[in-house]
Structure formats: structure tokens, C-alpha cells
Design a protein. Structure first.
Ligand code: BJW
Ligand code: ZN
Length: 240
């Protein structure tokens, strides 16, 4: 329990915990991060594919990227980091605000997960209000909506707003928690990167779990420079 020794007495009885998670938490499940050295796909920068312009310029390419990622995600299993967060529900109210679309928190058994950037299983029409979940792969890429326009992945790209209801709930959860654990995110993407500020305004304790420095590391009460699968099981043992 050495990693949390300095803060153990302050956190062990806390009952409202929020996790803000990003691609790094699924890295140990074999899912590449965005900005790491594996953030290139067929020589395309993943950051440039996650835009509405990329989709309109080349919908087939963007669909192929998501189809390949969906295959990888469906084959992936939650790692010890996801499982530790799920186990923490035995001791406290836990809400996860995730930027990931992979569903691995839910697969690990977490019950309160807000997906800020959508989900790999969702699809929607690029023009009308049609929304659905993908049951089987489409034979034609890009797939077409009944209205005749192209369907797109149900995710949030750069320049798009987050779903308002999800974002409202995320802000409230962040503003009401007593402990926020920020794991596996570079915190470079807004508005998710302002969630720690809401928590801080409530005098919550902030812990960052990330092998690398982030722009908000200096704002944290505790920074653990290790991976989430190694660190988060040890966090659970503080509450156990
Ligand atoms: C480990 C680890 C291990 C490794 N254990 N840790 C100028 C122009 C236009 C827009 C903007 C602008 N300036 C700012 C904006 C806003 C923009 C933004 O933030 N841009 C910045 C890049 C500058 N944001 C938006 O546009 C958002 N919308 C918005 O603001 O609406 C209002 C608005 C409307 C109109 C105009 C302008 C504003 C929407 C953002 C949507 C982001 N979408 C994506 C794709 C989602 C779907 C998909 O998955 O395909 O979300 S992009 C990508 O980044 C994805 C991620 O969720 C997100 C965050 O990345 P994350 O998770 O932090 O991953 P990495 O790779 O960055 O970091 C991984 C970390 O893990 C690293 O730190 C590692 O060290 C660590 N790690 N292994 C623990 N084992
Ligand atoms: Zn449509």
C-alpha cells in the first residue's frame, strides 16, 4: 500500500469518487492510445481522422478505421485497472466519466459510466435524427440511412459538441465528488479536461495515474507515475 501511504488517512472513508478516464486505461487491454507512438493507423494521424472534415472528405477511410478498431475492441478484455474501479463500488459511490468508446468499464462490471465521446457500438445518420446500435457489420461502406444520406459512427469528433445530457451529468458528478482519480488521459482535449477543475472547486482530492506528465499534473494532490493496471488495484486496497 506504499503508493497511497501519504494520502491514505485522507481518502479511506471517502464515499463519493469520480474517475475521469482516457485511452491509457485501456492500453494494457491492447487498445492503442491516440497520442502515443502507436497513434498512427495506416500512416494516418489518428487525431486527423477523428474530425468531421476527415469523414466528409473520405467517409470510407474513416469507417474502415472504426471497423478495425471495433474488431480490436470486441476482442479486448478489461484489465486489472478497469476491474479495480468496478470493485470499488463495494466501498463507495463510484461514477466514471470516460472519454473512451470501448465499453470496457461496463464489461468489467462498473454500473455508473458516462461516455463523453460516444460509443463504438453506436451509429447515427449524418443528416436526419436516426440513431441505432450496430448489430452486424455493414456490407457496404459507407453505409446508408433510410433517408439516403450516409450513416456515421455515434462518436464525438473535434469541433462537435458533447451530448448535452451526458455533459450536464458529468459536470454535476465532478462538482459533487470528494475524490477524483484521473487515469490514462493526457488531458489535452476539452471539455473533459476541465472536469478536475470542477472537482477542485468542491475541495475534492485529486489523484493522477499516468506514467507520463500531463498539463495538470502540478494541480494534483498526488501523482502516481505508473500504469493504471498496476496502480488501481492498490487504490482499492486502501478502502478494503
Ligand atoms: C497510460 C497508460 C497506462 C498510456 N496506464 N496511463 C481549435 C479548433 C477547434 C476546436 C478546438 C480548438 N481548440 C480547442 C478545441 C476544442 C477541442 C479540443 O480540445 N482540441 C484540442 C486537441 C486542442 N475539443 C472539441 O472539439 C470537443 N468539443 C467541443 O469542445 O465542443 C465545443 C466546440 C464546438 C465547436 C467548435 C469548438 C468547440 C470534442 C472533442 C472530441 C474528441 N474526440 C476524440 C475521438 C472520439 C471518438 C473515438 O474514439 O474515435 O476523443 S479525439 C480523442 O482524444 C478521443 C479521446 O477520447 C480524446 C482524449 O484522448 P485521451 O483519452 O486523453 O488519450 P491520449 O492518447 O491523448 O492520452 C493517453 C494518456 O494515457 C497519455 O497521457 C499516456 O501517458 C497515458 N497512458 N499508457 C495509464 N497503461
Ligand atoms: Zn438519415
Amino acid at each position: 500500500m506504499k503508493m497511497f501511504e501519504s494520502i491514505k488517512e485522507q481518502i479511506k472513508d471517502i464515499k463519493k469518487i469520480v474517475f475521469v478516464t482516457g485511452a491509457g486505461i485501456s492500453q494494457e487491454s491492447g487498445i492503442p492510445t491516440f497520442r502515443g507512438k502507436d497513434g498512427l493507423w495506416r500512416n494516418h494521424d489518428a487525431m486527423k481522422l477523428a474530425t468531421i472534415d476527415a469523414f466528409y472528405n473520405n467517409p470510407k477511410l474513416v469507417w474502415e478505421w472504426y471497423n478495425e478498431r471495433r474488431e480490436n475492441i470486441f476482442a479486448a478484455q478489461p484489465n486489472l485497472g478497469h476491474k479495480a474501479i468496478a470493485e470499488l463500488e463495494k466501498f463507495a459511490e463510484v461514477i466514471i466519466l470516460t472519454q473512451n468508446i470501448d465499453g470496457l468499464h461496463q464489461k468489467a462490471g462498473s454500473s455508473k459510466v458516462l461516455e463523453l465521446h460516444g460509443s463504438i457500438v453506436k451509429i447515427k445518420c449524418s443528416v436526419c435524427d436516426f440513431k441505432d446500435e450496430m448489430i452486424t457489420e455493414f456490407s457496404e461502406i459507407p453505409p446508408l440511412c433510410k433517408c439516403g444520406n450516409i450513416l456515421r459512427p455515434g462518436v464525438v469528433w473535434f469541433g462537435e459538441s458533447l451530448p448535452q445530457d451526458v455533459w450536464q451529468k458529468a459536470m454535476i458528478a465532478a462538482s459533487e465528488c470528494d475524490l477524483m482519480v484521473i487515469a490514462g488521459t493526457s488531458l489535452v482535449v476539452s471539455p473533459a479536461n476541465i472536469l478536475p477543475i470542477y472537482a477542485k472547486q468542491n475541495n475534492a482530492i485529486l489523484i493522477e495515474v499516468n506514467p507520463e506528465n500531463t498539463e495538470m499534473s502540478s494541480e494534483m494532490d498526488l501523482v502516481i507515475r505508473n500504469t493504471s493496471a498496476i496502480t488501481l488495484p492498490e487504490l482499492v486496497s486502501v478502502f478494503n
